[in-house]
Design a protein around this ligand. Structure first.
Ligand code: NAP
Length: 320
């Protein structure tokens, strides 16, 4: 394929400089409004789409962008893209699996420990004028070592979370639709149906993709099954949990605490009642946000885009 002109790629930005700098000789970037409004007023075809910050992309939008040869996503989760629509139009969708497992599992464990040991609440107190004297009776948390951890979604990230749990002498239960026998053998994790996992776990971590099946999978019935001493950690996607039910469960102390990297909606409205609760620990979607991992995500998504624009197979392609 000739590259005597720059490929025209629609992206939601602002993009990290490493992306635009690396592709400066290959790509002319067009704003996301082009994907929303179509190219009626633009000259020439659109060659590709690059999704950076989870913008919604579906078949109707792709139909307004004739000529697209590739969609490259910065990240592994592609729930914001209608992958079936893309595949039906012969457009491969690239993502960046594998390289962010460690960083996301580190974040899951950071949240788990912060929630269990009330770290953020302690941080606020330690900085406040109220902290004038040490009291052995305040802010008692829950023990992490020796506790039972339930992982819903024992895939690439789930396995890394289980690996970290072994250093804390935790018993690890997991739930998937299919058994992960290699994880059972190498990590000593035990398969459980979902309800038993919720009943038995001191910590429940969600690391499933957001799909029609997992959307809203944790609601009031599930909170009622959990221990009143349990902490729920979400590093998947916000809408795997029903936000209203979570708010009620934390307000009524049906469960002990929640620690969230992701929320629905994201961000939460600034006056959302969840944000007023001390038994909530929250991060602004930082799962893979380390300098090293974000660099690798940029490299792979750039390579997927480049290969797709040149009509070659992508390094990592999402199946329907
Ligand atoms: P993965 O390797 O595909 O693992 C997903 C696991 O979820 C699989 O073991 C799968 O097993 C299980 N699963 C899927 N549907 C299920 C269902 N209905 N019920 C129970 N288990 C189900 O994916 P991954 O790379 O670990 O990533 C998981 C998700 O994490 C991504 O899709 C993304 O949304 C999220 N993520 C978040 C961040 C962040 O910044 N917070 C970073 C990276 C990824 P079965 O197929 O056997 O059910």
């Amino acid at each position: 394929m000739s590259t005597d002109r720059l490929f025209r790629v629609v992206a939601d930005g602002p993009l990290a400089p490493v992306i635009t700098e690396t592709l400066a000789d290959l790509v002319e970037w067009l704003p996301w409004e082009v994907a929303i409004n179509g190219i009626a007023t633009m000259d020439g075809p659109i060659d590709g789409v690059y999704t950076y910050g989870h913008p919604h992309l579906d078949g109707a939008m792709l139909d307004r962008l004739p000529g697209v040869k590739v969609i490259s996503n910065y990240g592994v989760g592609v729930d914001h893209i209608n992958v079936s629509d893309a595949i039906a139009r012969g457009i491969p969708v690239g993502n960046t699996p594998g390289i962010l497992n460690g960083a996301t599992a580190d974040m899951a464990f950071t949240l788990l420990m912060a929630g269990a040991r009330r770290l953020m609440e302690g941080d606020r107190y330690a900085r406040s004028p109220e902290f004038t004297v040490y009291d052995p009776g305040y802010m008692l948390g829950r023990e992490v070592h020796g506790a039972t951890l339930g992982i819903i979604g024992m895939g690439r990230i789930g396995e890394q979370i289980a690996r970290r749990a072994s250093g804390f002498d935790m018993t690890v239960l997991y739930h998937n639709r299919n058994r992960n026998e290699s994880a059972e053998q190498t990590l000593g994790v035990r398969y459980s149906n979902r309800d038993d996992l919720l009943r038995q776990s001191d910590f429940v971590v969600l690391s499933v993709p957001l799909t029609a099946e997992t959307e809203g999978m944790i609601g009031s019935e599930e909170f009622a099954l959990m221990k009143s001493t349990a902490t729920l950690i979400n590093v998947a996607r916000g809408s795997v949990i029903q936000t209203q039910a979570l708010t009620a469960a934390l307000q009524q102390k049906t469960i002990y605490a929640a620690a969230l990297d992701v929320t629905d909606p994201e961000p939460l409205p600034r006056d959302h009642p969840l944000l007023a609760l001390d038994n909530l620990t929250i991060a602004p979607h930082l799962g893979s946000a380390t300098e090293q991992t974000r660099q690798r995500m940029a490299e792979i998504s750039i390579e997927n885009l480049r290969l797709g624009l040149l009509g070659e197979p992508l390094q990592h392609v999402v199946s329907a």
